[in-house]
Design a protein around this ligand. Structure first.
Ligand SMILES: *Cc1c(COP(=O)(O)O)cnc(C)c1O
Length: 424
């Protein structure tokens, strides 16, 4: 197999005459030396370019970044700075957004089981709107209003009954889902009637999100048309079509750009009432290919006739996607980024589980040695944000690179951090 494909790399990735890859003008070898490994390296230009692309495609105040894909104070500031609103699904995500200085009026509150405290926090802070998921939540909003809180603007999350081609854990638009009011069984209409008649909410729109890492454009347009009909029927001012655009993780995969996605989505909303505003909530497509993770090789164990295991200094604690979804990744050597990748290895982590596999069969250049760096591209989404402390492995730092400068935006966890919550 040849060198790593360009479409899997951050926008500013370049390979020098010496074969060393740089991102944002920073040599990956220098970044590893300065910050240690493992480390998440994000191309700040790439992040900004994707935010910019989304706003150009869908309009100002119409793009809501799904923070769960990757969220830190720096990312909150960056997305806000680029004109995106923020989708937060817990009190914790709302806290980080507010901590970063993002006004609540730029935040949208999500979640299928918002607690009374989370709802109160969202209303008191003054979020732009709340996406109400179920009848119990409408009960809680009634109770909060009875306690004197103002009526928040709400959209209703609708389950349009659309099945998508993705992993079942991240398909969310089918009838058999924990999310939203089912359109098919009449719940959506019941919820709309209740919300409209209620003094405790200001019913402004409907929302759907059919799943994540979806490649088939027809899945999006199908759901969009169903939602357009509903929005027209209910005569609401706002329609949110969710996120979910797939990204390429492997050499052979190709995904639509945000611009291409917008062309299809907006075409599917042609019949929408002119006064209804359309929102989208991209997460993965903004951040996934902005980052690579750098690891150092610790052990190489060839088992003749079986395979070679290469252990790196991270694993399922910094990237649980392979374990959770069987997701595939590619690997490359930052020091020899042009080299043909001719050797098949299994890239594994340092956790005490045989399932701690990062890449089942990774192709890498011949001659890998203990101490070398390996990188996995397209690790900007659902890696850092889903990370854990399993085995008391300290979480890696996050570094933003841009114009030759490497900026530490999340420091590496320390051993002291591992006991900071222990009370006895
Ligand atoms: C996760 C999520 C998104 C973003 O999905 P991506 O696949 O990361 O684009 C958008 N909206 C809602 C409600 C979500 O739960």
């Amino acid at each position: 197999m040849s060198a790593i494909a360009k479409h899997l790399l951050p926008d500013t990735a370049v390979i020098g005459a010496d074969g060393v890859m740089s991102i944002g003008g920073c040599s990956l070898l220098d970044v590893a030396k300065q910050f240690g490994t493992p480390v998440f390296v994000y191309d700040e230009e790439h992040l900004r370019a994707r935010c910019h692309e989304a706003v150009a495609a869908f309009g100002e105040q119409r793009v809501i970044y799904a923070t769960k894909a990757f969220f830190t104070t720096a990312m909150a500031k960056l997305a806000h700075d680029e004109g995106l609103l923020l989708d937060v699904a817990t009190g914790g995500e709302l806290f980080v957004a507010l901590h970063a200085g993002v006004p609540a009026s730029s935040c949208v509150m999500h979640g299928n089981n918002k607690s009374v405290d989370e709802l109160r926090m969202a209303i008191e802070a003054g979020v732009r709107h709340i996406v109400v998921d179920n009848f119990d939540e409408l009960d809680r909003l009634d109770a909060l209003h009875a306690q004197g809180l103002p009526a928040p603007r709400v959209q209703l999350r609708i389950t349009p009954g659309v099945s998508v081609h993705t992993h079942e854990y991240i398909a969310t638009g089918q009838n058999d889902s924990k999310f939203g009011f089912n359109l098919g069984n009449g719940d959506a209409h019941k919820a709309a009637a209740r919300a409209r008649a209620s003094a405790s909410v200001d019913f402004v729109g409907v929302h759907c999100h059919i799943g994540s890492n979806v490649f088939a454009v027809e899945n999006f347009t199908h759901a969009a048309k169903i939602m357009v009909d509903l929005a027209n029927e209910l005569e609401v001012d706002e329609l949110t079509l969710g996120g979910g655009l797939g990204v390429a993780y492997l050499e052979g995969e190709h995904a639509s750009s945000i611009t291409e996605w917008s062309v299809h989505l907006l075409a599917a909303t042609q019949e929408l009432r002119r006064t209804t505003k359309v929102f989208v909530e991209p997460g993965r497509s903004i951040v996934a290919s902005a980052a690579v993770t750098l690891y150092q090789v610790g052990t190489i164990k060839p088992i003749p006739g079986v395979r070679t295991y290469v252990s790196v200094d991270g694993g399922m604690s910094d990237n649980p996607r392979p374990v959770m979804y069987g997701s595939g990744y590619e690997a490359f050597m930052p020091a020899r980024a042009n080299a043909d990748r001719t050797e098949a290895i299994r890239m594994v982590g340092k956790h005490c589980e045989s399932g701690d596999v990062l890449i089942n069969e990774a192709m890498i250049p011949a001659g890998l040695q203990v101490g070398d760096l390996l990188a996995t591209p397209v690790t900007g989404a659902y890696g850092h944000s889903m990370g854990s402390n399993y085995n008391k492995v300290t979480r890696p730092p996050v570094v933003f690179v841009r114009n030759g400068e490497a900026r530490l935006v999340v420091r590496r966890e320390t051993y002291e951090d591992l006991v900071r919550l222990d009370m006895a």
